[in-house]
Design a protein around this ligand. Structure first.
Ligand code: GLN
Length: 196
């Protein structure tokens, strides 16, 4: 059965994630209301601006709803600002948003002169190098013992997984390389099988 994966559509790069998920063979829909979550097996939280996304999530009831979604064993994938939204700790004392993933993130960590850049990354469990676009990207400063580091760039952690949570500093949806979306679709499929 094809898994149905949502893309949180409060702010950010939504259409591109939908296209990449579809290219990876999943069914993908934009999610604007908490009621939409019921029919889903997994959710992507896109990049954008984490403070804005966090505010809108609070306003529309997504914080509690997504904590329950996570408790029900359904996978979440945060990219860029979405990674910040997943983190337990945001460096600098900012209040965490979902606070689910055991890591400390540093916002806008790559410096102004490198606001955005594109590179190829080696990612654990993915055979070919993955094309990655970084835009005012955060990095993962520290991770808890349950977190698996999937990729680093110049020694900094830029992709990680903790059980059903996946996080990437970059925008995998802005290239036609959908291998990380395929990796997530696979996580969603595995999680759905466990539940049955
Ligand atoms: N700099 C943004 C933030 O801190 C993230 C940027 C992005 O998602 N491209 O929320």
């Amino acid at each position: 059965m094809t898994q149905k994966i949502g893309v949180l559509a409060l702010q950010g790069a939504v259409a591109e994630h939908i296209r990449s998920l579809q290219a990876a063979g999943a069914e993908a829909v934009a999610v604007k209301r908490v009621e939409d979550l019921e029919q889903l097996d997994g959710l992507v939280i896109p990049g954008g601006e984490s403070t804005t996304i966090g505010k809108l999530m609070r306003k529309y009831g997504f914080i509690d709803a997504l904590r329950k979604f996570h408790e029900a064993g359904k996978p979440l994938f945060g990219t860029c600002a979405g990674l910040i939204v997943l983190a337990k700790t945001i460096q600098g004392g900012e209040e965490p948003h979902l606070g689910l993933m055991d890591m400390t993130v540093v916002r806008n960590a790559f410096g102004r002169q490198r606001e955005s850049f594109e590179t190829e990354l080696a990612i654990q469990s993915i055979d070919n190098p993955v094309r990655a676009v970084f835009i005012r990207a955060p990095l993962i400063g520290e991770v808890g013992s349950g977190v698996e580091v999937l990729s680093t760039h110049n020694g900094e952690i830029v992709a990680a997984r903790e059980g059903t949570l996946l996080a990437a500093s970059f925008h995998p949806e802005l290239t036609d390389d959908y291998s990380l979306h395929a990796y997530f679709a696979n996580m969603v499929q595995e999680a759905a099988q466990v539940k049955r």
